[in-house]
Ligand binder design. Structure first.
Ligand code: BGC
Length: 911
């Protein structure tokens, strides 16, 4: 095929034809370049990196016909350091996770890559922009020693952050300089008086018992010929900080780093951390702790500490104990890092007592406050953080439990001073400032901090209550996607509870492009299997010793890989997970000789309203059996997907056995299920455990259960996420809307009615009658119940991924209006580009606009009973050249459309 370039005026003519449904083409270009799922990939640790891109075309029916890839090793300025490796023209419509045949990356190198494509209409793109990626160790040994201060921190005692430095001389400025860094604790790297990065909480939180993370930065621009110096600020972080005692991995934070310096001839010199480094604790951060906060004494700061000149601090030799290599497993981070993302200005400030100022940021958020002051040298300014106010209008900190959540700044006394902490974070809406007589106008601003994942979805509808619930969920995700998926961001907990994570993952993957985030976290999930006495997935990952194998928690190890793959199409996440999945499934099988999973009880339907902890029906055994069946089912599908038929057969057989046991043990002849609560029926229907001939009766019991609660929910962590999907799948989306839109207790909008700006941990975390929930465990930023937002995308707007074509290569658009909504709109940045579904009902007409990215196809299911009455581009859908496979289907009319934007019009369903 000869690539065809169309003259420009012809493009315009073709573009004008889009609306008529002709299969026109337009300028073809490539966008959204990613390497290993990342826009910036500085330390790829696979010898055959995979590349993804999008066809940037709005034309209808565009598909990729072929592609070509090119990779070149480059210096820091992008100049080639070798000859390019170029693929042949590959005949394929694949644009995701494609590797260049014959290319094997070398370790510790920088490459640039480009792609060009041909489409099915004879157009060729230009070569794309060149994107760089760096490589990690690729199996090579970590060449540097680990250094620390050699002291042992006491349990429960906070400590200052330590500074480390080393000066060195360079004959020439390198053409490429890459800094590699790993730590037990958190680091902030500096070079010649400049911070190397804006990333925070570097290099993250792995399960330190099994691996360390490392990162790499290009630092060429920070080096000069002659004298240079590098430095590192080391905080305790999650490694040796004063978190729950179980979390303390080791008493002494450490780090290890090396600098690869490449000269113009391609020669590489490596500098490493070692005995010749010096350390001090004379720096300004006199206390650092994730939970308790940070203290900064500006009088101690010295700008030159990481320059060749150094500082007058008492610099000491590193490590009283011999410096040694600590770890064997070095894992390059896969996820983007935590960064400062946005800033919030206070909506009000009040002097609540003389000299105490309370700022309201108007939004429960996570991060810290940026402080601006003019003060005397030595004047101590204190910032305290809280999510709520108590009955007297003062900050409510009881729910933070042992976390002191306090930042202190001791002023240097010269001019305007500005400060933000580094090694701590807080969950808060209110900031209490004391220690200044009169704060500056802009003394406090909220700095929102989280893992820097691209936003994927947006949603809006005609019901402002649902819009607020959506926003509250998004804020919950921002606040709890800080390095790992946490339960909460404020109290002395903030752990990777696996149950919360699996419940929320299907929603999270709509809100943000979270594939790499989960793939990285799954290292900790799988590492936890090695710790358990019985070897199941742990209830927290990284495992902090809070239990193993609990139903609905442990299955995160199966569910999260599955939903991540569904959204991203990254098969590797399944391949990596399969061995531990199978291990855990076999463990459950051994606990279930007759198919009923009998293991020690755990959380159950956690926080179901009206019950004491651990007391809510249905029984733990019922839940564990249902979840085992579900886990085995997904494990079978995963095995199929990665071509492991023997495991698929084994898991399928297990599932059948467990399903039979569930029916035998828990489902009565009249369809009643043990416990007779909403969750009993939801589990059976969601995981397809009811016998076909009893299914209608089971549904009736579920509906009766809702009716008995005046159509309110009565579910905890495990039942709640199933309500809307199950009711929809049994044809009762109307009831799902009713339950969702309840403003009275218990329900999703109850917290919204009471002023929530995030999702609360409990349905009654605060009530007007009773105030704060009396239980010690009460967070105002727990995303678990926000799991309903997945339904906003996949049912209200109707955007659904399909397991037959993961990663949105083919998908469904099946909106179901209801709840009195007159409009709804969602957009989603899929791996292929933006997909969108937006509908409006006016009088008795429904208009649906859809956008289907280039190189994809969508099966559109319209809530229109009569296919003949559907209009596309002003003509009957049935005769439209783009519409394929038009047929009546459950829920309306089905049609398949290729890429492009379309507006459909038909008689509105009853709403
Ligand atoms: C956490 C939960 C978690 C639970 C286990 C709590 O302390 O905050 O979200 O899943 O423990 O049941």
């Amino acid at each position: 095929m000869i690539p065809l370039r169309l003259p420009r005026p012809l493009f315009l003519v073709l573009a004008m034809l889009f609306g008529t449904g002709s299969p026109a083409s337009a300028a073809l270009s490539v966008a959204g370049l990613r390497c290993e799922g990342l826009r910036d990939a500085p330390h790829v640790d696979t010898p055959e990196p995979r590349f993804s891109w999008q066809l940037d075309s709005d034309a209808r029916g565009v598909r990729q016909a072929a592609c070509q890839l090119r990779i070149t090793e480059v210096d820091a300025a992008g100049r080639a350091l070798g000859s390019p490796v170029e693929s042949a023209r590959i005949q394929s419509d694949e644009t995701q996770w494609v590797s260049l045949p014959g290319f094997t990356a070398r370790p510790r190198t920088t490459y640039s890559w480009q792609v060009r494509v041909w489409d099915n209409q004879g157009n060729a793109s230009d070569w794309s922009e060149a994107r760089t990626f760096g490589t990690g160790l690729l199996g090579a040994k970590w060449p540097a020693d680990w250094i620390g201060d050699g002291r042992t921190l006491e349990l429960f005692k906070t400590a200052p952050a330590r500074h480390f430095r080393h000066a060195f001389k360079l004959e020439r400025k390198p053409v490429r300089a890459r800094l590699y860094l790993s730590a037990l604790g958190l680091v902030e790297p500096w070079l010649n008086g400049q911070p190397v990065t804006e990333d925070r909480f570097v290099p993250g939180w792995p399960d330190y018992r099994h691996r360390v993370f490392y990162v790499a930065y290009d630092v060429t621009h920070l080096l000069e010929a002659g004298e240079n110096a590098w430095g590192v600020i080391l905080g305790d972080g999650w490694y040796s900080g004063t978190m729950l005692p179980l979390h303390q991995y080791g008493p002494e934070a450490r780090f290890s780093a090396f600098l690869d310096l490449t000269d113009a001839d391609g020669r590489v010199t490596t500098l490493t951390t070692g005995k010749d480094w010096r350390w001090t604790e004379d720096g300004p951060i006199t206390m650092n702790s994730i939970y308790h906060g940070e203290t900064y004494d500006a009088r101690r700061a010295r700008a030159g500490w990481s320059t060749p000149a150094g500082s007058d601090w008492n610099w000491r030799e590193v490590g009283a104990r011999p410096v040694r290599r600590v770890y064997q497993t070095y894992t390059a981070r896969l996820s983007p890092p935590v960064r400062r993302i946005e800033q919030l200005k206070p909506v009000s400030v009040k002097e609540v007592e003389p000299g105490v100022f309370q700022y309201d940021l108007g939004q429960n958020m996570v991060g810290w406050a940026r402080l601006r002051v003019r003060a005397r040298s030595g004047q101590e300014i204190k910032l305290r953080f809280a999510e709520m106010l108590d009955a007297d209008g003062r900050i409510y900190t009881a729910n933070l439990r042992a976390a002191q959540a306090t930042a202190r700044y001791v002023a240097g006394g010269e001019g305007l001073e500005e400060w933000e902490p580094r090694f701590t974070y807080f969950g808060f809406r209110y900031v209490e400032l004391s220690g200044v007589d009169k704060p500056l106008e802009d003394a406090v601003e909220g700095v929102v901090v989280h893992t820097d994942l691209p936003r994927a979805g947006t949603f809006e509808c005609s019901d402002p209550w649902l819009n607020r619930l959506y926003q509250n969920t998004l804020w919950g995700q921002k606040g709890n996607f800080l390095e790992i998926p946490t339960d909460c961001p404020q109290r002395d907990e903030r752990l990777g509870w696996t149950g919360d994570a699996q419940i929320f993952a299907p929603t999270a993957l709509y809100n943000m492009d979270a594939g790499t985030f989960y793939r990285q976290w799954l290292f900790a999930v799988r590492d936890s299997v090695r710790d358990g006495p019985d070897g199941g997935f742990a209830d927290t990952a990284p495992n902090t010793g809070h239990g193993h194998g609990s139903a609905g928690w442990a299955e995160a190890g199966v569910i999260v890989p599955w939903v991540s793959w569904l959204h991203t199409g990254d098969r590797r996440i399944l391949v990596e997970s399969m061995p531990s999945i199978q291990h855990c499934i076999e463990l459950m099988a051994s606990q279930s000789p007759d198919g009923i999973r009998r293991s020690p009880p755990a959380w159950g339907d956690w926080l179901a309203p009206g019950f004491d902890l651990f007391k809510a029906p249905p029984s733990y055994e019922l839940i564990a059996t249902a979840y085992f069946a579900h886990g085995a089912d997904l494990a079978a599908r995963i095995a199929d997907t990665i071509d492991r038929p023997e495991l698929a057969a084994r898991n399928r057989a297990l599932r059948e056995k467990v399903k039979a046991a569930f029916q035998r043990e828990y489902i009565a002849g009249d369809g009643r299920i043990a416990g007779d609560v909403q969750t009993s029926y939801l589990l059976a229907l969601a995981f397809d455990l009811a016998p076909a001939d009893l299914r209608d009766k089971v549904i009736d019991h579920l509906v009766r259960n809702f009716a008995e609660k005046d159509n309110h929910l009565a579910t905890g962590f495990l039942g709640t996420p199933l309500i809307n999907p199950v009711l929809t799948s049994v044809g009762r989306a109307d009831l799902a809307y009713t339950v969702l839109q309840q403003k009275s207790y218990p329900g999703w909008l109850y917290s919204v009615k009471n002023g929530a700006t995030t999702i609360w941990e409990r349905w009654d975390s605060w009530t007007p009658e009773g105030g704060f929930n009396k239980d010690g465990m009460n967070s105002f930023n727990h995303y678990a119940y926000g799991s309903v937002v997945g339904w906003f995308y996949d049912t209200i707007a109707g955007l659904q991924p399909l397991p037959e074509a993961p990663g949105w290569k083919r998908f469904r658009i099946a909106p179901i209006p209801g709840g009195g909504l007159t409009s709804a709109a969602a957009t989603l940045r899929t791996p292929h580009g933006v997909a969108a579904s937006s509908w409006k009902i006016e009088a008795d007409t429904m208009r649906l606009s859809v956008r289907i990215p280039a190189n994809t196809r969508a099966e559109v299911v319209l809530p229109a009973a009569d296919p003949a009455g559907i209009v596309l581009d002003g003509a009957p859908l049935a005769s439209h050249p783009m519409a394929k496979g038009l047929q009546a289907a459950a829920g309306g009319t089905r049609v398949t459309l290729p890429s492009g934007t379309y507006e459909l019009e038909f008689k509105a369903p009853a709403n």
